[in-house]
Design a binder for this molecule. Structure first.
Ligand SMILES: CC(C)(COP(=O)(O)OP(=O)(O)OC[C@H]1O[C@@H](n2cnc3c(N)ncnc32)[C@H](O)[C@@H]1OP(=O)(O)O)[C@@H](O)C(=O)NCCC(=O)NCCS
Length: 158
């Protein structure tokens, strides 16, 4: 059977939250665990849309906290597929704080590897992606290097 081909734009998602009191840690900043939940959730939704079914998170890396966020801040998450293997997908999630003029400052970038699974949780094949821009091609090449690093880290027991 011919492999399905999808565009990155077919599954990408942008979502906005406002930081509320229940999202803060004891120091009054956005709790990192809350942001990690939002990141995992949006990446999962992108993975489901791209793979037309269920997914599971295999790994999260490069979860880099660049700056904090505070009560009432608007938090924008943008998530898209950057690379697909046979059954796995790499999803990049960029998080920003947006002010009322619409200016965005990055606060986090994460790369998640999701695996598409069937009803028995067995990995299943995913559609490939159509790379339409130079930026998408460069991201694909960078993702291949990240995948090699992940395999290397796994071999070394990190
Ligand atoms: C992710 C999981 C389905 C992979 O199963 P597996 O038996 O290792 O499957 P395979 O060895 O056939 O690997 C399947 C794909 O996952 C990738 N993969 C497996 N472990 C990985 C890891 N730790 N990091 C990144 N990718 C990984 C493989 O590279 C492969 O990709 P490809 O098909 O695109 O080449 C399995 O490890 C699992 O269920 N883990 C628990 C996931 C979970 O519960 N997540 C929620 C956390 S609370």
């Amino acid at each position: 059977m011919e492999q399905e081909v999808k565009r990155i734009s077919d599954s990408m998602i942008e979502h906005i939250y406002q930081v509320r009191p229940e999202h803060l840690n004891a120091a009054g900043r956005l709790f990192g665990g809350q942001l990690m939940e939002w990141i995992d959730e949006i990446a999962g939704l992108v993975g489901m849309r791209h793979s037309n079914g269920n997914i599971t998170t295999a790994s999260v890396d490069n979860l880099r906290f660049i700056r904090g966020a505070y009560q009432n801040d608007l938090i924008v998450l943008m998530a898209k597929v950057t690379y697909v293997g046979n059954t796995s997908m790499e999803i990049r999630v960029d998080t920003y704080v947006e002010d009322f003029q619409g200016t965005r400052k990055p606060i986090n970038r994460a790369y998640l590897t999701l695996v598409a699974v069937d009803s028995n949780d067995v990995p299943r094949k995913v559609p490939t992606i159509l790379l339409e821009t130079e930026g998408e091609k460069a991201e694909w090449e960078a993702a291949k290097r990240r995948k090699e690093l992940r395999i290397q880290r796994q071999k070394e027991g990190f």
